[in-house]
Design a protein around this ligand. Structure first.
Ligand SMILES: NC(=O)c1ccc[n+]([C@@H]2O[C@H](COP(=O)([O-])OP(=O)(O)OC[C@H]3O[C@@H](n4cnc5c(N)ncnc54)[C@H](OP(=O)(O)O)[C@@H]3O)[C@@H](O)[C@H]2O)c1
Length: 319
């Protein structure tokens, strides 16, 4: 059997628990394809799971070593029975194995053919790998609070993986978008069409006139403090799942409509954003790329909480 390299969580803990392992290249089942992965996106959930936090860690605690990674882009290497929509050699991207299977930090992965988007030559493969989870989260967060043209929207952590996409999608809907960031990211937020709010300057409520919608990508005390920026009856979606209940509780006490959410893979949304990338109406910022074997550095980077845009692993170059 052909073998491949993967980066696995060997036990829960610091980034150093990530280690390369050898596995058999999987066979695609009916309606699946085998993808030779070129790039794998890195998301905060990967690092939280590695640290033993959250439901993906709970569900996989007896299943270590476990290969994380939900975002992939690469080339179709083999077709399972019944696959007619893709051909060997097609370049594809997708949000795969979510939430319990993971598997993207690997030279080869199998995925349902209908979960993958075709990547055209106009879209850099690295961007196609960075897009899925963060892009679909941004898309679904805006849908959850039904952002519409002319509304005032405040996005916390606008410079991050989800935030920098959410700003652009909200602007495209015709919303007036404000986004919080540090001073180093003010120009970045402006370049995406948002108004940058430096969270170090003063409390947000002193800097922002009341908004219709809050998209909270920070949660906890930062998310709770930002509720003071929302007008009575306004809508809030809070993304960090660990603090969603407490943020929603505070929001309701203030007369706001608030919900948490869990992203759900949608190939239609991925396709739509791939078209935007191709047309240049969506920009994806890659903060850093690391070889698969140096995934621990990628986790250290994402755990700083200061990433601008996305962190990606170069998988093919590890061969
Ligand atoms: N529920 C779901 O389905 C779901 C899905 C995806 C993500 N999430 C969660 O959503 C959160 C955001 O994800 P992400 O991928 O966008 O994270 P990320 O890329 O790691 O976010 C990093 C950004 O956070 C900003 N930041 C740090 N402290 C800040 C503060 N006090 N105020 C404003 N911005 C601050 C940083 O900007 P500066 O350097 O300028 O401070 C940096 O650009 C994470 O907790 C993630 O786990 C949830």
């Amino acid at each position: 059997m052909k073998q491949c390299q993967q980066l696995a969580i060997t036990q829960f803990g610091e980034p150093s628990v990530l280690a390369m392992q050898t596995a058999e290249v999987p066979q695609p089942a009916v309606n699946q394809v085998l993808v030779k992965v070129a790039y794998a996106g890195v998301n905060p959930i990967d690092a939280k799971t590695r640290a033993g936090l959250g439901w993906a860690a709970q569900q996989n605690k007896d299943n270590l070593p476990w290969v994380p990674g939900y975002d992939i882009a690469g080339e179709v290497a083999a077709l399972g029975a019944g696959v007619h929509s893709l051909s060997v050699g097609d370049t594809v991207s997708g949000f795969v194995g979510f939430p319990l299977q993971g598997g993207g930090y690997s030279e080869y992965v199998v995925a349902d053919a209908n979960a993958l988007s075709l990547v055209t030559e106009a879209v850099p493969l690295i961007e196609a790998a960075a897009l899925p989870l963060a892009g679909q989260t941004a898309w679904q967060a805006l849908e959850k609070v039904q952002v519409s043209a002319g509304e005032r929207v405040l996005i916390l952590a606008g410079a991050g993986g989800v935030g920098h996409i959410a700003i652009q999608l909200a602007v495209a809907k015709g919303a007036e978008v404000m986004a919080t960031c540090s001073s180093a990211n003010m120009a970045f937020i402006t370049s995406l069409g948002g108004t940058a709010i430096d969270y170090c300057q003063a409390p947000l409520a002193e800097q922002v006139d009341r908004v219709d919608v809050l998209i909270d990508l920070m949660g906890g005390d930062v998310g709770i403090a930002a509720l003071d920026c929302v007008k009575s009856g306004g809508r809030v979606v809070t993304l960090p799942t660990i603090t969603a209940d407490v943020v929603c509780e505070h929001a309701r006490l203030l007369g706001l409509q608030a919900e948490g959410m869990l992203v759900s893979p949608s190939v239609e949304q991925n396709n739509a954003m791939m078209v935007m990338l191709e047309a240049g109406t969506l920009q994806l910022h890659i903060a850093a790329r690391y070889p698969l074997s140096e995934g621990a550095l990628a986790h250290q980077k994402i755990e700083t909480g200061r990433t601008r845009g996305k962190v990606v692993l170069s998988v093919a170059s590890s061969e």
